[in-house]
Ligand binder design. Structure first.
Ligand code: CS2
Length: 484
């Protein structure tokens, strides 16, 4: 097939507006597949519905791969949507351009400080924030935070970039931008606000006060299952559009965005794209983190070690699928009621999404960064479960499966990379150790909340399960667990 450029895509697949006629109003930090499938796609729909200068300058913080792919395509890319109703493709026009700030922060800072920029949004994953969650401030031991505190005018990390750009705006007499965190963290706006205000205080107390008084950090809940793009994604995009596209991505049809409406400088008409604006994002976020993400983490660890490459393989394995259902029900039982939400129906919908045969979502991908994910996905639910008398077996099972993964080798001794910012700390705790030793070390780790660390009954159960998982094939442990 002879492929053309994306600018020549058939009319029906083009953005519903002329991208060039719209200015940039958003700088996005963390230009990955998730941003392209979620916020950029919804901004595209919002501009189709109501216009506005809301195009996005995408910034990758670490690798130039995304900008190398998107820049030559004028920011255009194909979004392939795979649902029960079939597969469709659409070219997204909301990304105006893409740059990489690694080692050269100036263009990103200049864009964030530009008068037209009203929003800086972020999807940088949990580990990039340098959050000290206990104190809700910045973690000065985090390498990017420490480096940015030492040279605040040439920042590399998100706290440094946000703070320096806000300083420039204040000094230029410009209104601040709204900071929109779109990562899977509880009350993500509140957490990020605390970290930025604390970071700025360490450099310039007046700036910190100006930020605290003038900058809004709405919290959000974001949801769309988006696997990393592969060669087959690009081949499918070429087939669907007739165009060559190095930046194509694929995602599910489900998409949810719950946002606190606090944008003093304005925002796109995201409600026209289906976003929900509410004052109570925290309740939605807790539900999503504990149910979707918590069961995702459990099934990623247990599934990967039971030979399931993709989430859909887990759901096709009856004992594992039963444990996913158990996890969803347990997580739901820890939540306070949310008006208008039936958590049973939400659990059913999640199971169907996980089963989606068209989505190849790797368990190994979800297994990444466990030490950054377990606190809000599993540990935060334990205290509520105890208070409500909910059986914690689903959580002890998930915790043991995560610790099994930390060993870095399968039951058949195939080694894999432990992808976690605390990989060396975790492996020092776990490799060559027995279950008791691993648990004793883990209970002292800073990322385990004290109330969970002190729960002897919890750890007795984790120890028993981990001992089984260290000695037996994971499939056998799963089969026994599901038979209960
Ligand atoms: C997943 C999430 O990789 C992970 O840890 O649990 O990325 C999940 O797919 C998204 O939050 C879905 O919205």
């Amino acid at each position: 097939m002879r492929l053309t450029s994306l600018t020549q895509v058939p009319e029906a697949l083009r953005p519903g507006y002329d991208p060039q006629a719209h200015g940039v109003g958003i700088v996005h930090l963390g230009l990955g597949a998730f941003h392209k499938a979620h916020q950029a796609a919804l901004t595209d729909l919002a501009m189709t519905a109501e216009g506005g200068d809301w195009r996005i300058l995408g910034v990758s913080l670490r690798s130039p791969k995304a900008s190398d792919e998107l820049h030559p395509q004028n920011g255009l890319y194909t979004l392939i949507v795979k649902g029960a109703e079939g597969t469709s493709a659409q070219v997204i026009g909301s990304v105006a351009d893409a740059i990489c700030s690694a080692g050269i922060p100036e263009p990103a800072l200049a864009a964030m400080a530009a008068e037209g920029t009203k929003i800086v949004s972020l999807t940088v994953t949990e580990k990039a924030y340098g959050l000290d969650r206990a104190a809700q401030g910045c973690d000065v031991a985090h390498p990017a935070v420490a480096a940015d505190l030492a040279s605040p005018q040439a920042p590399q990390g998100v706290l440094g970039l946000l703070t320096e750009a806000l300083r420039r705006r204040r000094d230029a007499g410009l209104a601040p931008f709204t900071v929109l965190c779109c990562d899977n963290l509880p009350e993500n706006g509140v957490l990020l606000r605390g970290a930025v205000v604390d970071f700025a205080r360490r450099i310039d107390p007046d700036l910190s006060e100006w930020i605290a008084l003038n900058v809004t950090f709405p919290s959000t809940m974001v949801d769309r299952i988006t696997p990393a793009a592969t060669a087959s994604t690009l081949a499918e995009a070429a087939e669907l559009t007739g165009c060559e596209d190095l930046a194509a991505i694929e995602t599910e049809s489900f998409c949810q965005w719950v946002i606190e409406d606090n944008f003093p400088q304005g925002r796109p008409a995201w409600e026209a794209a289906g976003a929900i604006f509410t004052d109570d994002v925290a309740a939605f976020e807790a539900m999503k983190l504990r149910m979707l993400n918590g069961s995702h983490s459990m099934l990623a660890y247990a599934g990967f070690h039971a030979g399931c490459t993709y989430v859909r393989d887990v759901m096709a394995n009856p004992p594992l699928a039963k444990l996913v259902r158990r996890h969803l029900a347990t997580a739901a039982a820890t939540l306070p009621p949310i008006p208008g939400i039936d958590t049973g129906a939400y659990a059913d919908a999640l199971a169907r999404r996980f089963e989606n045969p068209a989505i190849a979502h790797e368990t190994f991908q979800i297994a990444m960064d466990g030490s950054e994910k377990m606190p809000q996905r599993i540990f935060s639910a334990v205290a509520d479960a105890r208070a409500k008398g909910v059986d914690c077996r689903a959580f002890t099972f998930a915790t043991a499966a995560w610790l099994r993964h930390v060993s870095g080798a399968t039951h058949d001794c195939d080694a894999y990379e432990l992808r976690d910012p605390r990989a060396s700390e975790l492996q020092a705790m776990a490799v060559g150790k027995d279950a008791e030793e691993i648990i004793a070390a883990l209970r002292g780790a800073a990322f385990v909340p004290p109330i969970v660390s002190a729960d002897d009954g919890y750890w007795v159960e984790v120890t028993g399960l981990l001992a089984e998982m260290l000695f037996e094939p994971m499939q056998d442990v799963i089969a026994r667990e599901a038979a209960v």
